[in-house]
Design a protein around this ligand. Sequence first.
Ligand SMILES: [Zn+2]
Length: 251
Amino acid sequence: MNLLNPNIVSEYKSNSQKARVMTEFWTWENIFCPSCWSAICHYNNNKPVADFYCDSCNEDYELKSWKSLWTKIADWAYDTMISRLQDYNNPNFFFLNYKINHQITNFVVIPKHYFTPEIIEKRKPLLETAKRAWWVWCNVLLSWIPESWKIFYIKNWENRDKNDVLNDWNKTLFLREKKLESKGWILDIMKCIEMLKKKEFTLQEVYNFEPILKQKYPNNNFIKDKIRQQLQFLRDKEYLEFVSNGKYRVL
Ligand SMILES: [Zn+2]
């Protein structure tokens, strides 16, 4: 069973501090680097951009944890978050979800290449009387992120096989080659495929998303060409395969 240990935080007073220490400690003890299997290391506190790193492959990870359902999570400054998306060194994200009895429900890593400005929601500025009145915070819209982009270590209390985690991680690394501007299309098409909720699909089924894509890209008059181009790219990167005339399968 995956349990946080409340005994290690008995001397802390604030609940948020308790939660941070418990979840960081558990992660450090139990989670391996999804990129290379190594144990992960903890940064000293006060490091602004990440909580953990891997000293074999240099990936960075930031941990966010919470008790409620995960539709969105808050607590980043908006401008910082947006500028970090452009930065090659931004961290990947670990999300830890637990119950009041300290049992861990889900543990997920989301690779940094899935983070685009779209999933960052700007919040209303804080009231002037608030301690950090000039800050504009943001939410990360987890509900926007398709299920298949979340690489689960623990899903609904169950541990997943380590090899599955590593395979999932490697499968989409090709997205890192893409710049933020050109990544939009490929992520949109991947999201359309995800919405079909099946392994095999036809070109026509992806074409059916044309009106939605047209809303997003009103100046593009070649949506169908663009769809085919992205499918070709995904095939070249072995994310999917071409089965027969107009039929594709997700690998
Ligand atoms: Zn590593």
